[in-house]
Design a protein around this ligand. Structure first.
Ligand code: DCT
Ligand code: MG
Length: 362
């Protein structure tokens, strides 16, 4: 947000971005030879090591809380800046030992640095956090405390997804474990087999990246022949409904245009057939050690499930994009555009100059 706001929303020229974001370049003058780089941390997430072993969790948890609040209050720039800072810290193979070390790291804006310094000094973060959160607690600050109040407020229009989200809020706000994701995969595979026996299911999103918990379970469906993806998701939704496990479904039919070039702007949404579901997962289907549900109210929990069904010729790009993370995708596209002269999105990879489509071999 720092660099983007400085250029009034226009992307900076490559050299200038480097100059700002990469201390190794910052020291270089046109006449002197390139100095030994002081930092090996790339400003592109796709060029950094991606690890589940986070040595800076105390800092990254804080930065991610702030990012989420910025996102909820519609501040995309600051949200991205906090996410970038967290992503850089996650890639380090040691914990930050001193705030001085931040000097050698890219993508840390002044706010992120301040947060890290305060946390480092073990000062109370409550002041920072409360002021950051206050701006985003929109409904809360308007005195709306309960679901009933929110639903009856005529100025608040909830979409169906939000309404369903509220109805199953307790379940949906609880992380999904890997065991639950695996159990959901069995359910989805079984449904897909009935609809098209030649189709295959692959888990994507955070679970494909090796995370142990997620907020949902993402699947991509691979159909071997072009055109087989059409009609697949409505049939799956129908199957789930008949099995009495479907709590909510939002189907988005494909708006994919084969001839369209990837956008220069980062679009997290692609144009493939996809659906956002809330599905019942029977507790007995999950193979994991867990405490018995004390109140024994119901034998299932609601889980958010995303399904995407791209045409086979775009499967590779869709799989790459849906594996995420969102920041990795964003930086991969930025890297492709700025460093390799290519345009990339979830649909294709193009040469920027010739507009020729690159081949994907799957
Ligand atoms: N994605 C995409 N196009 C979309 C939606 C998502 O390319 N229309 C990518 C971004 C990350 C990945 O798919 C999965 O999205 P999420 O479930 O939101 O992210 P996640 O990394 O799986 O996070 P979590 O573990 O919390 O579910
Ligand atoms: Mg996910």
């Amino acid at each position: 947000w720092f660099t983007e706001s400085m250029s009034a929303g226009r992307p900076l020229p490559v050299e200038m971005r480097h100059h700002i974001q990469n201390p190794a370049v910052e020291q270089r003058s046109s006449s002197s030879p390139a100095p030994k780089p002081v930092s090996t941390v790339s400003p592109f997430a796709c060029q950094r090591r991606t690890t589940l072993d986070n040595h800076n969790k105390n800092f990254t948890d804080l930065l991610e809380v702030l990012a989420e609040n910025m996102e909820l209050s519609g501040n995309q720039g600051p949200c991205l800046a906090f996410r970038r800072a967290a992503s850089v810290l996650k890639s380090l193979n040691t914990a930050l030992r001193h705030p001085e070390e931040m000097k050698h790291l890219p993508c840390l804006g002044e706010h992120s640095k301040a947060i890290i310094e305060v946390e480092y000094l073990s000062l109370s973060l409550s002041l920072y956090l409360s002021s950051a959160l206050r701006t985003s607690e929109n409904w809360f600050s308007r005195g709306l405390r309960t679901l009933e109040q929110i639903l009856s407020d005529p100025t608040i229009r909830l979409n169906r997804m939000q309404t369903a989200g509220f109805l199953f809020y307790d379940d949906i706000s609880r992380p999904v474990s890997r065991a639950e994701a695996e159990a959901m995969k069995v359910l989805v595979e079984d449904a897909v087999k009935r609809v098209n026996p030649s189709a295959r299911v692959c888990i994507t999103g955070g679970f494909r990246r090796g995370k142990d918990f997620g907020h949902d379970v993402d699947f991509i469906i691979r159909t071997p022949e072009p055109g087989q993806e059409d009609g697949l998701l409505p049939a799956l939704i129908d199957w789930f409904r008949r099995q009495n496990v479907l709590l909510y479904a939002d189907l988005q039919e494909s708006t994919f245009d084969l001839g369209k070039l990837p956008s220069r702007r980062f679009e997290s949404m692609d144009h493939f057939h996809k659906c956002f579901l809330i599905v019942k997962l029977k507790r007995d289907d999950v193979c994991e050690e867990r405490e018995r549900d004390e109140d024994g109210r119901r034998d299932w929990r609601a889980i958010r499930v995303d399904l995407v069904a791209p045409p086979i010729e775009r499967y590779a790009y869709a799989l790459l994009g849906w594996t995420g993370s969102t920041l990795f995708d964003r930086d991969l596209r930025r890297f492709a555009r700025l460093e390799r002269g290519k345009l990339l999105d979830n649909h294709a990879l193009y040469d920027k100059a010739t507009k020729a489509k690159e081949n994907s071999s799957m």
